[in-house]
Structure formats: structure tokens, C-alpha cells
Design a protein around this ligand. Sequence first.
Ligand code: CP
Length: 385
Amino acid sequence: MQAIFYLGWSGYRLGVSVAALVGRDLVSLLDFDRRELETIFRTADKMQHFTRKCGGQLKNYVMATIFFEPSTRTRLSFETSMHRLGGSVIGFAEPGVSSVAKGETLADTIRMVESYADVIVLRHKIEGSAKFAAEIAGVPVLNGGDGSQHHPSQTLTDLYTIRKEFGEIDGRKILLLGDLQHTRSASSLAYGLGHYKGITMFLVSPQNLRMRPEITDYLDNSGVKYVEGEDPANFISQADVIYVTRLQKERFQDQKQAEALKGSYTLTRDLLERSPKDAIVLHHLPRIEEIPLEVDYTSKARYFQQAANGVPVRMAFLYLSIYHSKYHPVKNLEPRSTTSEMRRCANSNCISNQPREPITPALKEVTSKGEHVLQCQYCGRYTKE
Ligand code: CP
């Protein structure tokens, strides 16, 4: 159904097709097409009018934020968005204050929270947790970040910022710098950019922090040109967007390795001066030492505006997803076996490897660089046959 929707407040006419987004989860950028992304961005443009003034569009709706990892921006901007739209917020900012501390599973937690709220925002260190939660919940599940895999609301914010700064995303040259192996904002951005034409990415990282193969395979299949390298000085003069990421030390199994990589990349002011005049610097934040304070005072710094754009973008998604949606309890959810003889995903941090969650791995055969591999449909990672 195509619907031309009129926002019923302050006379603002949205005039975009919104029906396709009603009731939708936000698990991964892979689940959306370019047209749907444009609907979200056009709605975010309209939401700019309400970021300081409550519009009341989601009055009587309740959002639950359940965060199993620390957050400043994602949780608070989702909560601000819901408040600005007139709705209410429940939830927890760390699992220690919930019954998870007593041993409750994610599946049981989701079954409870869906009966209290109209939408659930989940952040979890376990990869595939948002996809799994979305299968269980009868309300939309919005992924606030799952391990090193997806961070879709961050990517919507990043793409919206690029679109705002340059007028369009097609044709942009993006230098992605830092810990590309563990940073979910980086993999998620790659998935998002695959929807656009004429994109070039310079993937610059220390050798052992390169982007994972399932993501570079996706770039190959999506027609995104990319070059991998270790020295940003070799690419910065060509970049429209310099996107810096933090070393994700909490994701390293060996903390000594994280310590050794500390300070291995920095966007200095001198380096930035070699970029084109109109280039911009983005960062998902928090930044630690990879962008020195002196860069904040250059005309190219956009990371705080980028974070601020997270409010209209999240308002837009909340509005589009839940305004007309109805609670559809998931019926006949088959209990799923956890038989030990079944072929498992090799990623111990995947939801399908959590013994108490009622889930079986969904491994699909794919080809990567001419080799047969199995790809987990929850965490996206490859397991060699
Ligand atoms: N960008 C981001 O996810 O920030 P937080 O971890 O503070 O939510």
C-alpha cells in the first residue's frame, strides 16, 4: 500500500510514502532499500522542527531501552526522541539492575518487555542479539548496537549527515580510519553505503585491524570500490569524508594486544590540512585520542553536529515504525533445539552459541573469494567448512 501521509500537527506535510516502514524493526542496514532510507531522511528533515519542542505525535506510546553495554549518545538520543514526540520511556541502562543479574535469558527478558512497551531499543555485546530479539518480539526492535556487527541508528545518522553536508551521498569518497575489525559503526556504514552509487572507500587501519571478509565481500557485491591501506596520508587528499573510529579495546580478547595498538592512528591537524577544502571529519564518538582537541577548532570537524543529528533521525524512525503499528504477539513460536551435534557458528560471541537461548544456528553456504564458507545468519560471520 502506498500512503501519502500528512503529519497532523503544526500543519507540516510530510508527503512521503511511509507504509512500508510501519512496524519495521531496525536490525541492520541490509534490511532496507535506498527508497526507504530516503523516506527516513526526509522525515528527519521534518523532525528538525520538533527537536526542541514537543510535537506529541507519539503520546501514549511507550519505548523501552534495554542496554547491556554502556552508552551516552544512543540511549539518551533515543530517549530524547521519544520524549520530544510526547511518548514515555522505561528501561535500564545496565543489566545489573534488571533480572538478567539473577540469570534471566535475553529471550525471557524480551518476552516480558514487549508486553510493557510499544517498541524496544536493545544494545548487547552478543552479535545477532537484535535479530534474535526481533524474531521473538511482537513490537518493533531497534538495534542500539550488537557486538562488532551492526549499529543501524548510528549509520542512519551518519548517512543523514553526509546527505546534509553534500546534498547527496552518491559519488562520495570516504576514508574510514581506525579499528575496522571491531567497530560496528564502521561495518554498519559499509552496509549502508552499499545502497548508493559511485562510492569509493579508503579502508585505512593497522594491518591486524582490517575490515572483516564478510563486509569486504558485501562491498564487492554491491559495486562499492574500496582500497585497503595502513597510512591515511596516502588517501586523505582524495577524501570527502574522513570517518575516524575508536580502538574498541573492550572487544579484544587479549588486552595486551589492545594496549600495543593504542595510539597507532591519529588524525592530527597537520594530516587534516592535506584533505580537500570541503572535506568533513566524522566520528561515531566517544573519541579517545584518535582525534586531538585541536581538530575540534577546524572548519572540517562535524562529529558533534553528527551526534546531534541522531535526534531527528531517531525521531523519524520511531515515528515511521510505531505510529500506525499494532502489537502482534508472536504466535506458535516453535521451541528450538540446541542439540549439540548440530554444526555451530564458530563465533563464540554469537547469539546462536548462548546455550540457554532457544535458538539454533542458521548457517548458509556462500562463496568468499572463490572458497565455500558457511555464513551465520545471526552474527554474519564466516565459518570455514
Ligand atoms: N555512537 C555511539 O554509539 O555512542 P554511545 O556508545 O555513547 O551510544
